[in-house]
Design a protein around this ligand. Structure first.
Ligand code: TMP
Ligand code: ASP
Length: 258
């Protein structure tokens, strides 16, 4: 393998310089963290599944006119994306009470919200990703008001689309996190959807059983993480008949040193 320049290593992905200017390669690791990296582990095969699931969702979102950074999947663990300047805000969209919302307001998990809630968190591990409002974002110059308008608009469209998509395969989209980036064209830039969408950053509940099919299995020590991610991939039509095929192939590649 030719050596590529590593640009950044995050908790679940590594970014490498891409083959053409303005592109980067996202490598999906099996590493998992929770509670601001206080809890660490690996979920064997997660990277392969997230790469595939994220490819699928970004492709479908592109198809309904959401601009995204996704170009194409390169192999089991890597995808080629457009290089953007990441806006340091985590955009959380909630349809159902869970997680920190339940905790903060003493609400019961699983209560459907009367309307979708969008929350913003400032991406800063040292500060523990504090929740912020549009006021902080504007005052501290993290994004302009126009950019925030576009982001809120896209977040709602992504939510409507994904909630319907998952409902169609018996999964409730409880909440999820999005990240956006600036794509520059000369001195102008526009905001596009970036990062990934996978069970790492979504709460996905089976509609019949209520089973959690997402990273809460890891956060809450429920076990069966990879099986849950596989189930999401399977429902989305992304698994071969033999459910382990996608993972075996990856192991095979590794064994050959590719
Ligand atoms: P929360 O209930 O912990 O605030 O999380 C809401 C949703 O956002 C949940 O689906 C997990 C996702 N999320 C991330 O992807 N990264 C994060 O750092 C946080 C806090 C949440
Ligand atoms: N904040 C992420 C999560 O819990 C990961 C982390 O905090 O380490 O989803």
């Amino acid at each position: 393998m030719t050596r590529r320049r590593q640009i950044y290593e995050g908790k679940a992905k590594i970014l490498y310089e891409g083959p053409e200017p303005g592109t980067i390669i996202q490598y999906f690791k099996d590493d998992a963290t929770a509670f601001n990296a206080q809890k660490k582990g690996t979920i064997s095969g997660k990277g392969v599944l997230n790469n595939r699931i994220s490819e699928h969702l970004f492709t479908l979102l592109g198809g309904i006119g959401i601009p995204t950074h996704f170009i194409r999947r390169l192999n089991m663990r890597e995808q080629l994306v457009r290089q953007v300047e990441i806006i340091p805000i985590e955009v959380v969209i909630r349809n159902v009470v869970a997680g920190s919302l339940a905790k903060r307001f003493g609400l019961e998990d699983g209560t459907t919200l009367p309307r979708t809630i969008i929350e913003y968190y400032y991406k800063d591990d040292a500060l523990n990703d504090p929740m912020v409002t549009d006021e902080h974002i504007a005052a501290f110059g993290w994004a302009t008001q126009e950019e925030m308008h576009d982001i809120a608009d896209m977040a709602i469209r992504v939510n409507d689309f994904m909630a319907g998509l998952f409902a169609g395969v018996g999964i409730k989209l409880v909440d999820f996190k999005l990240e956006f980036g600036r794509l520059y064209d000369g001195e102008f830039s526009r905001v596009i959807l970036a990062d990934e969408i996978s069970p790492d950053g979504c709460r996905l509940w089976d509609m019949k059983s209520g089973d959690k099919l997402d990273k809460d299995r890891f956060r809450l020590d429920l076990g069966g993480e990879v099986e849950a991610y596989q189930e999401v991939a399977r429902r989305l039509g992304l698994m071969a008949e033999d459910e382990s095929a996608v993972l075996d192939l990856d192991e095979h590649r590794k064994a050959r040193g590719k």
